[in-house]
Design a protein around this ligand. Structure first.
Ligand SMILES: Nc1ncnc2c1ncn2[C@@H]1O[C@H](COP(=O)(O)OP(=O)(O)OP(=O)(O)O)[C@@H](O)[C@H]1O
Ligand SMILES: [Mg+2]
Length: 345
């Protein structure tokens, strides 16, 4: 995999060419100070504002001594995260997208962090919803720190500086997970398709498999393949109804992307059942679950939040302090909004 191939899957790069077949979205470049805030393990309180007993002189030395704190000094406020212009841009975008949005960065959504959200989903209605999810997600950290980790031509000195990190806000859609499919393209051929929510059984997929396959093939050959620059990639589609498909995302062709019902050995091995042939009429392999039974939740591996583990092991208490502060701020924001509404009625 090459850096350029990963870059073509970066949302702000692919979206302008495909927006007519995708979900309405707004791209907001991340200001440098917000990027820095995401990178730090979030200490909201400024250094020195919390004095632990070990840092002070002995109690006797302090008899009669006032703590030297200047409460008028607004430097305390200044170090708490505050991004007024960015906040305003997010609020405006949320409004333009109908009041509810789905957040992500250039490649990943914070889908491992829904545990921290009020309704356990990625639905955001205000900037602090977005901050909370971004700050709690390991997937977001991956986008920020090692997007090119699997690239053979990655040059540490330059490539990452040119990413152009952005917050992506997408209009919230009430999606039926059974209608989502992941599609694998190798050498410009659609070689494999499977259900995106790969642990669930959907009766309708079995019944409509021919129609699903032909819809996805025609979507790919008419609307995707000619315009997407990579030869190898993965894309996700949503088939809302017969002949009505939406493009959800592009992902790099390799281990960083979950192969779901395929292994990456199968997908890359030219001797496998999936090998692309020169015959353009060859059908992709379509995998779906054939029978029901009790299935694990596909996100259950993210069930124990990393932040909680960090806290439990004492490695990163500051991260949780940060999140709790944001949560508190969010509650205050929403109660003051309610108050305003009550006053208006
Ligand atoms: N606009 C939206 N509104 C509501 N839910 C959405 C929206 N976009 C995506 N989703 C849901 O969130 C899931 C993850 O979205 P997306 O594919 O953009 O994230 P991702 O981080 O790129 O995932 P992956 O790592 O698997 O590629 C989708 O499968 C879909 O169920
Ligand atoms: Mg993706």
């Amino acid at each position: 995999m090459k850096v350029s191939e990963v870059m073509y899957c970066s949302f702000p790069v692919w979206y302008p060419k495909f927006k007519h077949i995708s979900v309405k979205s707004i791209v907001i470049p991340l200001p440098a100070e917000f990027l820095e805030y995401l990178h730090t393990d979030g200490v909201v309180l400024p250094e020195g504002s919390l004095v632990t007993s070990g840092d002070r002189d002995s109690d006797e030395d302090r008899v009669g001594e006032e703590l030297d704190v200047n409460w008028d000094d607004d430097s305390v406020e200044a170090t708490a995260p505050s991004f007024p212009a960015f906040d305003a841009a997010i609020k405006k975008a949320i409004k333009m997208l109908g009041g509810k949005v789905f957040p992500k960065l250039n490649w990943s959504s914070p889908k491992d962090a829904t545990w921290i959200a009020f309704d356990k989903s990625l639905k955001c209605t205000c900037p602090s919803d977005v901050y909370l999810l971004l700050k709690s997600s390991e997937f977001i950290t991956h986008d920020l720190t090692q997007p090119f980790i699997h690239c053979e031509d990655f040059d540490e000195s330059g490539d990452q500086a040119n990413v152009g990190y952005s917050l992506i806000l997408r209009k919230w859609q009430d999606l039926n997970p059974g209608y989502e499919f992941r599609c694998f393209v190798r050498n410009n051929k659609l070689i494999a398709i499977c259900q995106r929510n790969h642990t669930a059984y959907y009766e309708f997929i079995r019944q409509e498999k021919e129609d699903i396959l032909s819809d996805i093939q025609s979507f790919f050959y008419h609307l995707v393949s000619l315009k997407f620059p990579n030869e190898n990639y993965v894309f996700d589609v949503y088939r809302r109804d017969q002949g009505k498909l939406l493009l959800l995302d592009f992902n790099p062709f390799g281990e960083v992307t979950d192969g779901l019902m395929f292994t990456w050995d199968e997908l890359t091995d030219s001797d496998s059942e999936l090998k692309g042939t020169d015959n353009d009429t060859q059908h992709p392999v379509f995998r779906y679950k054939n029978s029901g039974g009790i299935q694990p939740n596909p996100l259950s591996t993210f069930g124990v939040p990393r932040d909680i583990l960090d806290l439990a092991t004492g490695t990163d208490a500051s991260k949780l302090v940060d999140l709790l502060k944001l949560r508190q701020q969010q509650q205050e924001d929403s109660s003051s909004e309610e108050e305003t509404e009550n006053q208006q009625t």
